[in-house]
Design a protein around this ligand. Structure first.
Ligand code: UD1
Length: 417
């Protein structure tokens, strides 16, 4: 757990980690290279450990060398992933496209990570079937084979799923001919995956637009890659500073990747200057309520930033409405925020935050990764002590979360229980 004693403005500079949501698909994609890849400045996260465990199980050599993670997939010898490894994180499903691309077959089970409500993988499976994969679903087990060799095809996603776009891109890398993915997700992490795939010799273009085109290839090689900065980690630390009347400079992230978040914080009264060198934020003592925030696929407001921005507005003058359009149960942090004295009304997809004068300390539990970080954003706003438990959720996605906040002046301790 972590204990927080807040009430002090956070001040200082930080450089954010590489994006978890880039690193995980890139680690899966190393399998396609059949060679040695170096992921530079790879963040030390629970989900990275889970990916490394899967890669080692597949027969790859995975080693840390300082901050870099070395993955050599030339020794890969298996195409199955055991159930317990699949359940450790949702992103394990991205290995499906990568393994079938490399080995022509894959056996794995449904991924874990149901904490945001039902997270089906029907779009992933139908994309792979369109390329010619035969997928038998027996209970929780997915048995995937290429009947004949997979062939490029037109894949139309009924919604721009990030994971399904990534799986389709990976599977298409070795499918014979041209694959066109329409209504593809446009997240910056998809563009980053394309950069990596090109470095290993794949022919992919269009990422960042809603049409991604992949020409199948047979030969790939290793590379060095540094993933983009984590826009959600940046949004989290900006929210911490905004919530405490602080002043921070956040480096290492492309400011254009979080313009909807910085616009919201600006509306709430923060001074923000964004540029190539980073994002500077200076917050007033008290924020103000802002126009409704509706989560949407990129370039809309990210669902992953909903909880932390909500927590920054708990003491704002006035109210703010949130509409969560991406996941069914992405308000599980709300019950915990209420324990800290927040005033939030919840009905279905809508949450209305009415600013209160003061928050109080207490014991709260992380319900999921970003919801957990939001509890810290709230706890930093009161001098009373808050105990945040079940921080393993936070550790899945933030590298040295409490250390980073301490560096900005927060009184925060991590305690093993
Ligand atoms: C990714 C991110 C996650 C983020 C989410 C939305 C990673 C590792 N995770 O998750 O942090 O919150 O994008 O920006 O990058 N859906 C289906 N069928 C499918 C797939 C998805 O119905 O086969 C639905 C989901 O239930 C959800 C919506 O599509 O309602 C968006 O999900 P998706 O974009 O796939 O999210 P993930 O890739 O799981």
């Amino acid at each position: 757990m972590i204990t927080v004693r807040g009430g002090k403005p956070l001040r200082g500079e930080l450089t954010v980690q590489s994006a978890k949501n880039s690193v995980l698909p890139v680690l899966a994609a190393t399998v396609i290279s059949g060679d040695a890849c170096v992921i530079e400045h790879c963040p030390r996260l629970e989900d990275v450990d889970a990916s490394a465990a899967i890669l080692r199980h597949l027969g790859c050599d995975v080693r840390w060398q300082g901050d870099d993670l070395l993955v050599d997939s030339s020794t890969m010898s298996r195409w199955d992933i055991p159930d317990d490894m699949m359940r450790r994180m949702r992103s394990s499903v991205i290995f499906l496209g990568a393994i079938i691309s490399r080995c022509g077959q894959a056996r794995l089970s449904y991924p874990g990570g149901c904490e945001l409500g039902p997270r089906p993988i029907d779009l992933h499976l139908s994309a792979l079937r369109t390329l010619g994969a035969q997928i038998d679903e027996q209970g929780a087990c997915l048995d995937c084979r290429q009947g004949a060799a997979m062939r490029g095809a037109e894949i139309v996603l009924s919604l721009p799923s990030v994971g399904a776009t990534e799986n389709a891109m990976l599977a298409a890398c070795t499918a014979r001919g041209t694959t066109v993915i329409s209504n593809a997700a446009r997240e910056p992490e998809i563009v980053d995956l394309q950069r990596f795939l090109r470095k290993i010799g794949a022919e992919v273009r269009g990422a960042g637009s809603s049409t991604v085109i992949v020409e199948g290839r047979r030969k790939f090689h290793g590379c060095r890659h540094r993933c983009i900065g984590d826009r959600i980690a940046a949004a989290t630390y900006l929210s911490c500073a905004a919530a405490t009347g602080g002043e921070v400079m956040v480096r290492g992230v492309d400011y254009r990747h979080l313009s909807t978040v910085t616009m919201a914080l600006q509306q709430a009264g923060c001074q923000i200057h964004s540029g190539e060198q980073g994002i500077y934020l200076r917050a007033p003592a008290v924020l103000q309520g802002i126009c409704p925030i509706r989560t949407a696929p990129y370039p809309g407001f990210p669902t992953d930033a909903q909880a932390v921005v909500m927590a920054s507005l708990l003491r704002a003058k006035g109210s703010t409405m949130f509409v969560e359009n991406m996941f069914q149960s992405r308000y599980r942090h709300v019950a915990q925020l209420l324990r800290l004295g927040a005033d939030i009304r919840l009905e279905g997809r809508v949450a209305v935050v009415c600013g209160v004068e003061k928050l109080r300390g207490g014991t709260v539990y992380c319900t999921d990764l970003r919801g957990g970080a939001a509890l810290a954003v709230a706890a930093l706003q009161t001098e009373e002590e808050t105990q945040i438990r079940q921080i393993r959720h936070i550790q899945r996605g933030y590298e040295d979360f409490s250390g980073t906040l301490r560096h900005l002046g927060a009184q925060i301790q991590e305690i093993g229980v």
